[in-house]
Design a protein. Structure first.
Length: 200
């Protein structure tokens, strides 16, 4: 699909295909059957800031994008799946606790979309990504995308008391991701190391 436009308040936002900007894409939600978008799309301003961030990566490294612009329909399917995963992982939790965790890991429910800011997935302002090396292999970040445990927290390994060799490498890789994204003006999300947002 080509680039497209969406409305946010009284602004028209241009949504572009991140593949066209040289990033690797792995549209997970398309693979899962939750999205019809065969690539990963973000707001034009976000694509430009990602190019800026990429300059600070070691030579030959790149970003791999898992998701950015997301429709309400995709969000609905995503929440349905995450709810099941959370219920399976925490059978002792009541529905209130499940809902709290669901909101942490999937963002706002679909019916609250109007209150969402420019920084969210609905306006292509948030991007879920990792770093790949020269060979195109993902750096070890300690968890996969959309992990629903405490290990997904950005500072989990930074705050952990004793780290083994592998965990030390994970900590370093997350620090690299944080450094380059912050330099480009992205904001982190404490619960998910892969989620970064941009407000312009
Ligand atoms: Zn995200």
């Amino acid at each position: 699909m080509k680039n497209f436009k969406i409305r946010f308040k009284n602004k028209t936002l241009e949504i572009v295909n991140l593949e066209d900007y040289g990033f690797l894409v792995e549209p997970r939600y398309y693979f899962y059957g939750w999205s019809n978008l065969k690539s990963c799309y973000a707001r034009f301003s976000v694509a430009k800031r990602l190019l800026f961030a990429k300059k600070y990566l070691p030579k030959g490294y790149n970003f791999k994008i898992w998701d950015s612009f997301r429709t309400k329909e995709t969000q609905k399917l995503l929440r349905r799946s995450f709810r099941k995963r959370l219920e399976n992982l925490h059978p002792e939790w009541d529905s209130k606790k499940i809902l709290e965790a669901l909101n942490v890991f999937t963002g706002s429910p679909v019916w609250k979309v109007k209150k969402i800011r420019l920084t969210g997935h609905f306006f292509g302002g948030a991007v879920d990504l990792t770093i790949v090396n020269k060979q195109g292999e993902e750096l070890d970040m300690g968890t996969d995308f959309d992990d629903i445990t405490e290990r997904a927290a950005l500072h989990y390994f930074k705050d952990k008391r004793s780290l083994n060799r592998q965990e030390k490498a994970v900590k370093k890789s997350r620090r690299l991701l944080s450094k380059v994204m912050k330099k480009a003006g992205f904001k982190s999300y404490p619960a998910e190391w892969w989620h970064w947002s941009y407000n312009k």
